[in-house]
Design a protein around this ligand. Structure first.
Ligand code: SF4
Length: 331
């Protein structure tokens, strides 16, 4: 099936203090199929939020393309506005997604008004709220955000996206601030919306547990690059990249064994190391495993190729992984 949203060779540069440039997204290829849920995971500063904003047309890439339904993203503001009806952003409420002075009705109707949709407003708002589990919807119309629970507020935020009948939602840490019990409910809601409306979702998260519960596929980002991607179950039960292995190793019942502690500085796009950009923190390099496989020099010097968008493949950008897969392929 053709992807509903795709990116090829995406690069996003920023100017940072001192007039230098930093590359927050560096050669990203990805495809999102209709009805698919893709989790984009990594630590803060890895570029995942910048990538999400670029896919939404909120940030202009320095290079590469984004396509929606096979056509490049419009560059004029009217075209972008129409695009953003089909591809909706869902933020977590504590980041100010809801205006405290607006009622639930106003919050959900706002998108309709922005997009000039004037027919059946009341019915559309009621339908979106009840699809998001706020029933009877009319009971919530006049409520203000402070009168609702955290989970209800997040449902209002999602209803505000759903009311525009999008094809894709891009959810940035949609449950990060919620209690564990409510998180499960919101994730179940996203899954139900996918079933009912065929909605595709890109879920940006630092939480691999969330990816496990919701995503068909997982892409792990480190310093602007996707370093490992594939079907979620494959990536999380048999992580190959040392960075993914470290992230997985601290999950309950991890298949990796003892927790692998990430040492060294966290990602900083203004200082991207040469060679493999993860090498200063890589336990496979520090432990001598890369040396034993004869790739330690490559780790420190040779850049890695960018991963292609191959949705069904488990892909890994790591010299050690490449060496061990070719060794096992040759055996
Ligand atoms: Fe570690 Fe080398 Fe793989 Fe980078 S390429 S993740 S340094 S083993």
């Amino acid at each position: 099936e053709s992807p509903v949203l795709s990116a090829r060779g995406l690069e996003v540069d920023f100017r940072v203090r001192g007039g230098r440039r930093a590359r927050a997204v560096d050669g990203v290829n990805l495809d999102l199929a209709p009805g698919e849920i893709l989790a984009l995971a990594g630590e803060s500063g890895c570029g995942k939020t910048t990538l999400a904003r670029t896919l939404l047309g909120l940030v202009r890439p320095s290079a590469g393309t984004v396509e929606y339904a096979g056509a490049p993203l419009p560059t004029n503001s009217a075209g972008l506005k129409a695009y953003r009806r089909s591809v909706q952003l869902v933020l977590q409420d504590p980041t100010g997604a809801l205006n405290p002075r607006h009622t639930v009705y106003e919050a959900v109707a706002e998108g309709l008004r922005i997009h000039g949709i004037t027919d059946n407003e009341r019915e559309r708002v009621a339908r979106a709220l009840s699809h998001c589990g706020l029933r009877p919807a009319e009971r919530f119309f006049l409520a203000y955000p402070h009168e609702l629970s955290g989970g209800q507020r997040q449902r209002v935020v999602i209803a505000g996206a759903l009311v525009l009948e999008p094809k894709v939602i891009i959810a940035d840490e949609p449950v990060a601030s919620l209690d564990a019990s409510v998180r499960g409910e919101i994730l179940a809601l996203l899954l139900r919306l996918r079933e009912e409306f065929g909605l595709a979702a890109l879920v940006v998260t630092h939480d691999l547990g969330l990816a496990w519960s919701i995503a068909d596929r997982l892409a792990v980002m480190y310093l602007g690059r996707i370093v490992e991607s594939g079907p979620t179950e494959q990536v999380l039960t048999a992580p190959q990249h040392p960075y993914t292995r470290a992230l997985v190793s601290v999950l309950p019942d991890s298949p990796v064994g003892a927790p692998l502690v990430l040492t060294g500085e966290p990602p900083d796009v203004t200082q991207i190391p040469v060679g493999c950009r993860f090498h200063p923190r890589c336990h496979a390099l520090a432990s001598g495993a890369a040396e034993a496989a004869g790739v330690a020099m490559h780790c420190r010097r040779a850049p890695l190729p960018v991963l292609g968008a191959e949705p069904d493949r488990h892909s890994v950008a790591c010299h050690l992984h490449a060496a061990s897969s070719s060794a096992s392929g040759a055996a």
